[in-house]
Design a protein around this ligand. Structure first.
Ligand SMILES: Nc1ccn([C@@H]2O[C@H](COP(=O)(O)OP(=O)(O)OP(=O)(O)O)[C@@H](O)[C@H]2O)c(=O)n1
Ligand SMILES: C[C@](O)(CO)[C@H](O)COP(=O)(O)O
Length: 234
């Protein structure tokens, strides 16, 4: 089945970036020639699979984002809307603006996600109903109590670090968000909310380079990654 112009993408970019510790919100920091968020949006702009993109950003940042979108010719971005105080609310605001049967939610501060992994995540969701990009953890992970004492060491073979995009039926994700809001449940990703409905979510292995730019160290790595991308293009 053709997958051209199929999926709506919500790119969430309304956070404050407090862990980055910069005056400017991290998603607007320059990465080589343009703001991080514009690198991320351009990935989806170049994908035939993507029908529309809704950018969710800070209310005060809407005008400059709209100008950048014009400057960089990001025609697939159909709306730029205000987010909420939590990521979950920002995603929900985006859901209200998307009209496609399938939706992908992506962090605006993940500018190194690879198109083939985005497509693989979407195709897996078409097959299984829902899918997320992830990578197997490399470190041993332990559960630790508030006193700093180790409680348990889960079997590493079953542990994955979950990334974005995350792909769902729009109707399922809306229902999941509405159920979570009704229950006062706050999740750290969208998959958690869908899992709560009993909907199976599949994992698709992506890449360790699909980092979420969160702290200053990530910014250094991002600069290295961007340089390497430029060298590969030649
Ligand atoms: N209220 C929020 C919080 C986060 N995000 C977005 O969700 C993504 C992942 O969130 P995170 O990396 O935690 O960003 P911040 O919340 O900005 O970071 P911090 O927790 O350090 O403040 C980011 O693209 C961020 O802009 C959002 O759209 N709305
Ligand atoms: C959605 C996410 O990127 C999956 O790993 C992550 O949970 C976002 O967490 P954050 O604290 O909002 O950055």
């Amino acid at each position: 089945m053709g997958t051209e112009n199929q999926v709506g993408v919500i790119v969430v970019s309304a956070g404050r970036g407090s862990r980055m510790g910069t005056q400017e919100s991290k998603q607007y920091l320059m990465l080589e020639d343009k703001p991080i968020i514009m690198h991320t949006l351009d990935i989806f702009e170049q994908m035939p699979l993507v029908k529309e993109v809704v950018l969710v950003t800070g209310a005060d940042d809407i005008p400059r984002c709209e100008q950048w979108i014009r400057d960089y010719g990001l025609g697939k971005v159909t709306k730029v809307i205000a987010g909420g105080s939590e990521r979950q609310q920002s995603v929900y605001n985006g859901l209200m603006e998307i009209g496609t049967e399938w939706v992908m939610v992506h962090d605006g501060v993940r500018p190194f996600v690879e198109p083939e992994h985005i497509e693989a995540c979407y195709r897996k969701a078409l097959q299984e109903g829902a899918a997320v990009l992830a990578v197997p953890v490399k470190d041993t992970i332990k559960q630790v109590n508030d006193s700093g004492t180790i409680l348990a060491t889960p079997d590493r073979r079953s542990l994955w670090a979950i990334h974005t995009p995350q792909a769902f039926r729009l109707s399922d994700l809306k229902r999941a968000h509405e159920r979570a809001a009704a229950d006062g449940f706050a999740g750290t990703d969208d998959s958690m909310l869908v899992e709560r409905l009993g909907i199976p979510v599949a994992v698709v292995e992506g890449s360790y380079t699909n980092i979420k730019i969160t702290t200053p160290e990530d910014l250094e790595y991002a600069a290295f990654m961007q340089k390497r991308k430029g060298e590969k293009k030649g």
